[in-house]
Design a protein around this ligand. Structure first.
Ligand code: NDP
Length: 334
């Protein structure tokens, strides 16, 4: 029996394309002592996959010949550890593959759940990133205005819904009128502006008549620059990601730094979701409460088939997803 893997064929210099990936077939991996053999069920597709191809970040760079790393939900097929038995469902650092092996100590057992995909979306990295970034760095107060970019995406959609649940006025930014309608109609943001519209700057200012108290930045670049100009004194800028800068070699940053931060006494703070893992239990309790009470709508965008992972990532970078993008590699355990 063989195992399929998607590896990096060449590193992109400009925008990511299908040719930068190659499907390979390798012998089935053999679990060593203390390891588990895992069947991959769902793989997370993240903007970060692209940034890892640019060099070392908070993790090592991805190089030619490497299988693309990912976070995955898997089924234990063989266990050489007393901690797991075959049939257990676990979360693991994986690669774009049908099967992987991992040391059992690096694998977490998942709670039994009817909707496994929710552990990839609202109860996974997306929901936790939204919660930790907004609550720990943004620190929302009822009545404040929260501005969120990539609002129809995974993290952004949850940020806005949590901010609404906290009693804030929430304004989103997304690409195109359909996405903006989705953000206001389905995710119940108070307003959403299309950053591709020529009148975007004026429309954004009009949608934030009391200024912006918290800007949750998923995109960086020009949109960050505009958001900074709308910030109120003592506002908080949550630096979550900079997707507008990942798929290009021509980075463009805000021109109003550091002046605007000084004059308005802003706090800009970056974070990585795992910085706050000690508070994951609290985040999951709160997210579960908001899902049960209907204040959070779970948004998922599932692409079928390992072979479609490159297209799923390329599409995410150009905005063809709505909600948390993941790839289904195999069926849920029966
Ligand atoms: P999303 O589901 O939000 O998908 C990405 C979205 O970004 C696209 O749908 C697209 O929407 C938007 N986008 C793409 N290019 C641009 C651009 N040039 N300008 C503006 N918007 C753009 O992805 P995620 O929720 O996975 O990630 C969102 C952000 O959160 C990323 O920056 C990611 O790196 C970051 N992140 C950070 C984490 C952390 O620990 N700090 C953890 C997880 C994610 P549209 O059609 O609206 O353009």
């Amino acid at each position: 029996m063989t195992n399929r893997q998607i590896v990096i064929a060449q590193l992109p210099e400009g925008a990511l394309e299908p040719d930068h990936f190659r499907m390979t077939e390798t012998p089935m991996p053999e679990p060593g002592d203390g390891d588990v053999l895992l069947r991959v069920i769902l793989m997370s597709i993240d903007a970060a996959n692209r940034s890892w191809m640019k060099g070392a970040t908070y993790r090592a760079a991805v190089n030619v010949g490497d299988a693309m790393p990912t976070y995955a939900i898997c089924e234990v097929i063989t266990s050489n550890s007393p901690r797991f038995k075959s049939g257990d469902v676990v979360a693991a650092e994986a690669t774009w593959s049908d099967y992987i092996t991992a040391p059992a100590r690096n694998v977490q057992k998942m709670p039994v759940s009817e909707t496994l995909s929710h552990h990839m979306s609202v109860y996974g990295i997306a929901g936790k990133t939204a919660y930790h970034g907004l609550m720990n760095i943004g620190r929302p107060m009822p009545g404040e205005t929260v501005l969120v970019s990539a609002a129809a995406g995974s993290v952004g959609g949850y940020v806005g819904q949590i901010a609404r649940a906290m009693g804030c006025r929430v304004v989103g930014i997304a690409g195109g009128p359909e996405k903006c309608a989705y953000v206001t109609d389905k995710l119940k943001f108070d307003a959403c502006l299309d950053y591709r519209d020529p009148g975007f700057g004026k429309a954004l200012a009009a949608a934030c008549p009391d200024g912006v108290d918290i800007y949750f930045d998923n995109v960086g670049g020009k949109i960050l620059e505009r958001a900074l100009n709308l910030m109120n004194e003592r506002g908080r800028v949550v630096c979550c990601g900079a997707i507008s800068q990942y798929d290009t070699d021509a980075a463009s940053g805000p021109r109003n730094l550091p002046g605007v931060v000084v004059v308005k006494r802003l706090r800009m703070e970056g974070f990585i979701v795992t910085d706050h893992m000690r508070e994951d239990a609290r985040a999951l309790r709160a997210l579960n409460h908001w899902v049960q009470s209907g204040q959070i709508t779970v948004t998922e965008d599932i692409v079928e088939g390992l072979e479609n992972a490159p297209a799923a990532l390329i599409g995410l970078l150009s905005g063809d997803n709505t909600g948390k993008r993941m790839v289904r590699v195999g069926p849920d355990p029966s």
